[in-house]
Design a protein around this ligand. Structure first.
Ligand SMILES: Cc1cc2nc3c(=O)[nH]c(=O)nc-3n(C[C@H](O)[C@H](O)[C@H](O)COP(=O)(O)OP(=O)(O)OC[C@H]3O[C@@H](n4cnc5c(N)ncnc54)[C@H](O)[C@@H]3O)c2cc1C
Length: 397
């Protein structure tokens, strides 16, 4: 494994750094996957993504003919590091960039790629992922939303749930059952659905953070052109696996850079609390715990590099992404919860109280992090994947 960069890659890093120092918005905090509720803040994020695209910083490893930059994924990694360095907010169309784009590039026809990929990059069309249903999350292949072919259109009926960013999305990666008489994994198809079609309704769900980040989607006789079938009819499971593997692989890369920031912030909080004698914790416990977090973040980094060099050698994201996903999701919960332990009783104070610490940042983080071990597949499911696909253990019953 070679961790050094070529002169061209170093030149790109300096170019990105200079551009970000001038252009990164200072007034929008980096909240990762979470969306602001204020429409003006959404508009500002949309504009931010457009500017990133126009400056040539998005789709770095995607083909030039579809709006990408035709470089290697090393450039995407450099960009993620530089964005984290100045704490720039993520691009708004995160699901489009990390999931829809790579899946359409891999399974789409030339016409589908031309139609969809450039607008994912420019943020003209925002995407969401309609996979989970009320009765099928972990057991995704058991889903019951169905589509029937009528002439040149599929007619879709059913409901999806936990659809992140559905409230701002224009398009949905929709997994539906088209062959009900086939075994469950073989009867699925993957449709690209315009959310604004007649018969689609979006109902936001409020999370314990108080935000409405995900939604229920209802499909009532929604007509989808046959041309929007991605992959072959009945081959949706294979296409969906591409989406899921990309979700775990691409998100883990950018997450490492962001976790270094979280770790540094936690260290700052700890040092200040110790200096001001404002923590009920024994400083020796804080020291031990921070050392362990540091080791965990470093492990995440090397694991991401290993997955990354596999991709560079031409591989596709594989089950190894489950290790990264497990590590970051559980570490994020432990780091946020430890911040509250450092704050002690002050952790209970709400935003705006005279003694509230850092405007409730760690409180928000603690609540939001609970979802980390559920989204993208739960920790139990990741351990099943690791046991079965990496360790060769027999399937559980
Ligand atoms: C913040 C957030 C955002 C999300 N965004 C999206 C999105 O954009 N699009 C989308 O389609 N979905 C999304 N999801 C849904 C997510 O993928 C599912 O919640 C997840 O797959 C779990 O499914 P479930 O909620 O139905 O739980 P269940 O599958 O019912 O699981 C319940 C419990 O049983 C355990 N369990 C289930 N099966 C097994 C097994 N075989 N072995 C061991 N334990 C098992 C699980 O680990 C869990 O603890 C999101 C979820 C969250 C929390």
């Amino acid at each position: 494994m070679d961790f050094s960069y070529t002169p061209e890659e170093e030149a790109f890093r300096m170019h990105a750094r200079r551009w970000l120092e001038v252009n990164a918005p200072r007034d929008i905090p980096d909240r990762g996957f979470s969306l602001p509720t204020d429409p003006a803040a959404i508009a500002a994020l949309r504009d931010w993504q457009r500017r990133l695209f126009e400056a040539g910083f998005l789709g770095l490893s995607w083909p030039v003919e579809y709006g990408g930059q035709g470089k290697t994924i090393v450039y995407s990694a450099i960009m993620s590091e530089e964005m984290a360095r100045v704490r720039a907010p993520s691009a708004l169309n995160l699901i489009g960039l990390s999931m829809a784009g790579p899946t359409i590039l891999e399974h789409g026809t030339a016409e589908q790629r031309r139609r969809f990929v450039p607008k994912i990059l420019s943020c003209e069309e925002i995407w969401c992922q309609g996979f989970s249903e009320p009765g099928s999350g972990s057991d995704l292949a058991a889903l019951t939303s169905r589509a029937e072919l009528a002439g040149d259109e599929f007619v879709v009926n059913g409901a999806k749930v936990w659809t992140s960013h559905g409230q701002i999305a224009d398009w949905c990666m929709l997994l539906v059952r088209t062959e009900p008489d086939q075994p469950k994994h073989r009867g699925l198809s993957y449709l690209l659905v315009d959310i604004h079609s007649p018969g689609v309704s979006v109902r936001p769900l409020r999370q314990m953070t108080g935000e409405e980040e995900f939604n229920q989607l209802f499909f009532d006789d929604v007509r989808v052109p046959r041309a929007n079938l991605l992959g072959r009819q009945g081959g949706g499971w294979g296409v969906a696996l591409t989406t899921l593997m990309n979700e775990r692989a691409t998100l883990s890369l950018s997450i490492v850079a962001r976790f270094r920031n979280t770790f540094e912030d936690l260290k700052t909080l700890a040092l200040r609390a110790i200096a001001e004698r404002a923590t009920p914790l024994d400083p020796r416990v804080i020291r031990q715990t921070l050392a362990q977090f540091y080791i965990d973040v470093e492990s995440m980094k090397y694991l991401a590099y290993r997955n990354f060099s596999r991709l560079l050698r031409g591989g596709t994201p594989g089950p190894e992404g489950s290790i990264s996903k497990l590590l970051w999701s559980e570490l994020n919960q432990r780091m946020n919860e430890f911040a509250l332990a450092i704050q002690g009783p002050a952790a209970m104070l709400v935003e705006g109280s005279p003694h509230a610490v850092e405007e409730g940042r760690w409180q928000y983080g603690t609540l939001r992090a609970r979802g980390n071990t559920i989204e993208e597949g739960t920790s139990e499911i990741q351990r099943n994947i690791i046991a079965e696909r990496l360790l060769g253990m027999p399937r559980g019953s």
